[in-house]
Write a new protein. Structure first.
Length: 297
């Protein structure tokens, strides 16, 4: 039969008493009476069914069982202390939490974040990623969330960060190794890289460029744009890029745009936050910084 886990206060008293080899010193550290420490140790010994300390005239000595138990207990208490300080300690007030769409982080925010660190070295950031959200999601544990959509989410304010054009992109190697790609009509003979969940995907681009009649391949389907773009770089097909995310890839030659046709998007990346006032003391600094970084051209 498994032993029940002893109460945490008993464990904490044992750890302090074993470390000091003194009930009195443990009592001072934990702000308890010496009698309370002694009582908790007795309760722990009774539950475990073994003696943990030898009571000597001038102090304490651990039994073999106590000596075996102490390293495990000490490590557990220390890990709990460190985690508590990290999550709820004094530094917590400076920790600004941002949940961000991964492709936006990799291709837009990450290259700029060093400027924020230089400008505001006193502000610590916690950055987590999201893939998809729905209208019921709210950024409960985050000061900000960077989302992709049309900027309408219940209970949230949203500041637009991108004004994108859609354009097909592929690698130079893909273009050199496959059928000609001179006009959009040639897309019917190529592998297209689709991203699930985007309203302004390949069907939208073809419709807006008057090529809706084309019978295009299902190709590959991905749940994130970052994977589709990576596959395009590797020469596996043609992705539909967004200018704010692929401009640098085009400049570096990792990707090329085979056509001149570009279509403005209805969707965009937004900085979203609760409609109530921003609570974090540094939230407005991040908001002002990121809005100053946007390109509205």
């Amino acid at each position: 039969m498994k032993k029940k886990l002893p109460p945490l206060n008993w464990i904490r008293s044992f750890e302090a008493a074993a470390r000091h080899l003194s009930f009195t010193h443990a009592a001072v550290e934990l702000n308890l009476s010496q009698a309370a420490i002694s009582q908790q140790i007795k309760g722990l010994e009774h539950q475990l069914g073994t003696v943990l300390f030898k009571r000597l005239p001038r102090g304490l000595e651990l039994t073999n069982a106590g000596a075996a138990y102490l390293p495990i207990v000490h490590e557990s208490v220390e890990r709990l202390r460190v985690a508590t300080e990290e999550i709820f300690g004094q530094g917590r007030t400076n920790l600004l939490t941002i949940k961000v769409n991964l492709v936006f982080f990799m291709n837009w925010l990450a290259p700029k974040i060093s400027d924020f660190r230089i400008t505001y070295p006193e502000i610590n950031l916690r950055i987590t990623s999201n893939i998809w959200i729905n209208d019921k999601d709210t950024p409960s544990d985050n000061d900000f969330e960077i989302r992709y959509g049309k900027g309408k989410w219940k209970g949230l304010q949203a500041e637009r960060l991108t004004w994108d054009n859609l354009l097909p992109v592929c690698s130079p190697n893909y273009l050199n190794s496959n059928a000609p790609l001179i006009t959009p009509n040639d897309l019917a003979n190529h592998t297209l890289l689709h991203v699930i969940g985007y309203e302004d995907g390949w069907g939208y681009w073809l419709n807006q460029t008057n090529h809706e009649h084309l019978k295009i391949s299902q190709g590959f389907q991905f749940d994130t744009l970052i994977t589709a773009l990576e596959m395009a770089i590797l020469g596996e097909g043609i992705a539909l890029g967004r200018t704010s995310l692929v401009d640098e890839m085009l400049s570096s030659g990792k990707l090329i745009a085979p056509f001149k046709e570009q279509i403005a998007t209805d969707e965009a990346f937004y900085l979203a936050y609760a409609s109530s006032n921003l609570i974090h003391p540094h939230a407005n600094k991040f908001k002002e910084w990121i809005l100053n970084k946007i390109d509205k051209k």
